[in-house]
Design a protein. Sequence first.
Length: 248
Amino acid sequence: MKKIFFYGLMLGMSVFGLTSCNNDDYEKTDSRLTYYVNFEMQGDEMMLVPIGTSFTDPGVKATLAGQDCLDRVKIVGADQVDVNTVGFYDIEYSAVNDDGFSASVSRTVVVYDPSVTATIAGTYSTDMAASLYGTAKQTFAVRAAGYGNTSQCVGIKFTEFVPGIFYCNDLLGGWYEQIRAYGGNYAMTGYVCLNPDNSISLLSSYIKGWGDGLDYIEDGKYDPETGTISYSLSYAGQIFMDIVLNKD
């Protein structure tokens, strides 16, 4: 990959006479060519690793102006992959060219538990009477009514990514998107892990509107008999919720 940078200098001069006016303008341009390090990923950009098995980073190939430059590559995260813990692990490969410009690529390693056969995939509605907001433990129904909203939060969806790992479209149970009517950018998306004992753990989360995620999820559990998901969460260090979701 290459980019051309142009640096220009314009000099204007006007010469005035008694009976005439002449303008002599000219442009002086200096340019140079710089090449970025080019990466070729070895293996897949997303690698699935069953828990308890081994993982070897396939690495990358790197060239600069057509020449091998693997010795320039800095690798971050490869030694952080814990094959005994379910989760997402990012590995970044970066290198700087002779002009100080950096380039990078990344890989995601997903450690999962194939022994988990239960599933929480499906669509849920928030239990407005059982879900609680704040340290005062006010029900969603009562607090939502205080905002003039008496509707039911619906469409909370969990989608299986790999066995035991699920993507949720709003871990806040619709609080900001539906009750506060802030819109889709204020749904807390994220991935959770369903463990063999049906407990639920947070893997990652993100709310686009504010650009951050949950502090934590604790006491997460799934009841396969009732199809109920429940967990407590903290957001921004000051918002606490006990969420109860009933499968539709």
